[in-house]
Write a protein that binds this ligand. Structure first.
Ligand code: SME
Length: 159
């Protein structure tokens, strides 16, 4: 994947963040942009912590196949682990990772990056690929920066 693509996508998403009317619209734009412009980003979506239950993630905007995992407790899944451990998780082979909760039998690899607001995790950006070991260091950088765009948007909105 040429670095140029990541650079252009980030520039466009930073611009989208300046005009997005709501964080929901911004997250949907990020999902559509990543799934359209990055090869084999087959499922792209956000999970956010439930405001009523900080131990559970709730599915937000996404692009890709419908998932049965609309609510994920923090002690389950790669998604739960990324929040519990407070770090980006890259799984090269989901079938070899006992934490993995299946969304599609086609999924081979996954990346999950937390969204931070003033140092506290509020949700995460989750991407699945039909290609094994799809997420390289430059993808990690891109996905983390996309998560940061959402965190910074929320910080601005909350004053
Ligand atoms: N694979 C995730 C669940 C979400 S679906 O992939 C969309 C996990 O293991 O937490």
């Amino acid at each position: 994947m040429p670095i140029r693509t990541e650079f252009d996508v980030l520039r466009d998403l930073k611009s989208a963040a300046r005009s997005a009317p709501t964080v929901h619209v911004l997250m949907a734009t990020i999902c559509h942009t990543l799934s359209q412009r990055l090869p084999n980003y087959n499922w792209v979506g956000f999970y956010m912590l439930d405001s009523q239950d900080q131990n559970t993630l709730v599915l937000g905007p996404f692009v890709g196949a419908a998932t049965p995992h609309t609510r994920i407790p923090l002690n389950q899944g790669v998604c739960g682990a990324a929040v519990s451990e407070g770090k980006t998780i890259v799984v090269d082979d989901v079938n070899a990772d006992p934490r993995y909760l299946a969304c599609s039998i086609e999924t081979k690899s996954e990346i999950v990056a937390p969204v931070y607001v003033r140092g506290k995790i509020v949700g995460e950006l989750d991407i699945d690929s039909h290609v094994a070991a799809r997420f390289k260091p430059e993808d990690r950088e891109l996905v983390e920066q996309c998560a940061n765009i959402v965190g910074e948007y929320l910080e601005r909105k909350q004053g």
